[in-house]
Design a binder for this molecule. Structure first.
Ligand SMILES: [Zn+2]
Length: 133
């Protein structure tokens, strides 16, 4: 607890952190351990909570507002909106600003290409598509 905080504010913060961890864990499971942005596989303990609507724009800690994302994507997104970040990732052109955003853009492309290749291999080998997941 910090000096200027009241016990109630501290408890509220701790409760919010607890719920955020729960929502991140649930979203991580729902996405089969993949980042909501770049779709890279991540360990449950490496998943971080991204606020779809940033807290400073009125976003709160609730199930619909929290996504499980990898640390590099969370850092690269910064204060960008979810839509702007996704548009940047899907753009055929690399983002002209920032190494972190460029890395996220490359990660997204690598994951997508890997998934497509695995699907082709699975189909060729007569394996179910889920084998590529
Ligand atoms: Zn990511």
């Amino acid at each position: 607890m910090r000096k200027h905080q009241t016990a109630t504010a501290y408890n509220l913060m701790r409760t919010e952190q607890m719920f955020q961890r729960l929502y991140v864990s649930e979203d991580w499971s729902a996405r089969r351990g993949r980042c909501a942005y770049c779709t890279a596989k991540m360990a449950r303990e490496d998943a971080t909570g991204d606020h779809r609507v940033a807290r400073k724009h009125g976003g709160s800690v609730n199930r619909e507002n929290i996504k499980a994302v990898c640390k590099p994507c969370n850092a690269a997104k910064g204060t960008m909106s979810e839509a702007a970040f996704k548009t940047m990732l899907r753009s055929p052109f690399p983002p002209p600003y920032g190494e972190a955003k460029l890395c996220a853009w490359i990660r997204y492309r690598l994951e997508r290409a890997t998934r497509r290749s695995l699907l082709r291999i699975c189909r060729y080998a007569g394996l179910p598509d889920e084998a590529a997941a």
